[in-house]
Design a protein around this ligand. Structure first.
Ligand code: HEC
Ligand code: HEC
Length: 357
């Protein structure tokens, strides 16, 4: 008898439970699956919060759609160019050209920028001159840029609506809202926010799981020393895993400017010659360097800061040695500085299967 009652009780519980859970199941609205950013320990240590707009939360379906769009030449006028053509995974999402060529064969005027840790771009200003605010807005621009994809969003939306796969993918990511430029750029931004790089040798050294060579150690000391490299004011220090201040400076490349950078955006001549400080992560894969790709190697970059500085009215006050031409490093300090810079490169970022089509 005892067993019988137990079974009866068990039966009630199972029935009860299954009733409850089926009710709950019905209550859950069908929709995309939240997929919060995987925040690396080294970022959590520093309590830096990623910027994710409230109206574009990260979801599995949104990220998958964004990834497909990023690698799809459907966005360009003649189906020849994807975002990834100028932002290639093996180059830390930039290309290896001085200037990128658009679908019409026209050269742009700036060096393509690597894409990583974009959710931590504090003031949300994108491009070398900061002219685009927010990743969603940025993603809408290459499609219509005549030196890039040279297309119109009207054409793109039309192609996506009539595509065999995209309507279902948009529905999964955004429900029944009609396919639009707004939704496509939201998906692209979601994918771009997942491009996180935080596994360099230096990151692991900082976390205590790798060690630097004596040469890399000295390179870090040169970088941090106001009387030697003096790099850290703009490019950050070991407590800033971004390796940039995300601000705009004139780092003394030229005495007169063929490209005014930030000055053309703000209209303030005091901003002429200022460009966004790039991160120093992944330099091993992102040559050539600077907004116009003028330096093919890191040795050329270091020689610039050591003895190539050019004075101009807007040169940054932090370029303290501009009147002597630079910080005047010894050959040994130059070599060590380069070794340290390369310890900030993260090879696992290039091969992450989530970022490759
Ligand atoms: C023809 C080459 C080309 C194509 C195609 C292209 N880009 Fe770019 N991208 C560039 C260049 C060059 C820059 C820098 C331009 C500038 O600063 O004026 C840039 C800058 C960016 C930036 C700014 C990064 C930062 O740190 O400020 C983002 C984000 C970006 N591109 C994403 C995209 C996306 C998304 C697509 C596809 C919709 C795309 N790009 C297509 C060449 C390209
Ligand atoms: C006053 C701020 C400032 C200081 C100090 C500074 N930089 Fe820069 N750095 C910048 C800016 C701004 C750029 C981009 C300039 C441009 O393209 O016009 C840049 C570009 C670079 C680049 C090219 C990265 C790329 O992706 O193209 C490297 C490498 C670099 N700096 C390393 C250093 C080193 C090493 C030092 C110290 C010897 C240093 N910087 C000192 C502001 C600074």
């Amino acid at each position: 008898m005892k067993t019988f009652y137990k079974l009866l009780l068990l039966g009630y519980i199972i029935l009860g439970c299954s009733n409850d859970s089926s009710e709950e199941y019905v209550d859950i609205p069908a929709g995309p699956t939240p997929s919060p950013l995987n925040i690396p320990q080294i970022f959590e240590n520093q309590l830096i919060d990623p910027i994710i707009p409230a109206d574009n939360p990260q979801t599995e379906e949104g990220i998958a759609l964004g990834k497909k769009l990023f690698f799809d030449p459907i966005l360009s006028l003649d189906f020849s160019q994807a975002c990834a053509s100028c932002h290639m995974p093996q180059n830390s999402f930039t290309d290896s050209n001085t200037f990128s060529t658009g679908v019409n064969g026209d050269l742009g005027i700036r060096n393509s920028m690597p894409l990583f840790n974009l959710a931590w771009n504090f003031d949300e200003h994108f491009f070398w001159d900061g002219r685009s605010f927010g990743l969603e807005h940025q993603a809408s621009l290459p499609v219509e840029d005549p030196t890039e994809m040279a297309n119109t969003w009207e054409t793109v939306v039309d192609r996506l609506i009539n595509h065999p796969e995209y309507p279902e993918l948009f529905q999964a990511a955004f429900g029944n809202a009609p396919i639009s430029r707004n939704l496509a750029t939201k998906a692209l931004a979601q994918f771009e926010r997942t491009l996180i790089s935080a596994n360099s040798k230096f990151d692991n050294y900082f976390l205590g799981t790798a060690s630097l060579t004596p040469q890399e150690q000295n390179g870090l000391a040169v970088f941090m020393d106001e009387d030697r490299g003096d790099c850290f004011h703009c490019h950050g220090n070991p407590n800033n895993p971004l390796w940039t201040d995300n601000a705009f400076h004139n780092n003394a490349l030229d005495s007169t400017f063929s490209d005014n950078g930030l000055g053309d955006i703000t209209g303030d001549p005091a901003d002429n010659g200022k460009f966004k400080t790039p991160s120093l992560r992944n330099l091993a894969y992102t040559a050539p360097y600077m907004h116009d790709g003028r330096f093919a190697t890191l040795d050329e970059v270091i020689n610039h800061y050591s003895e190539g500085l050019q004075n101009s009215p807007t040169v940054d006050p932090l370029m303290k040695t501009v009147n002597q031409g630079g910080v005047q490093l010894t050959e040994q300090d130059k070599a060590d500085l380069k070794a340290f810079l390369l310890s900030l490169s993260d090879p696992t970022f290039l091969n992450n299967p989530d970022f490759i089509p």
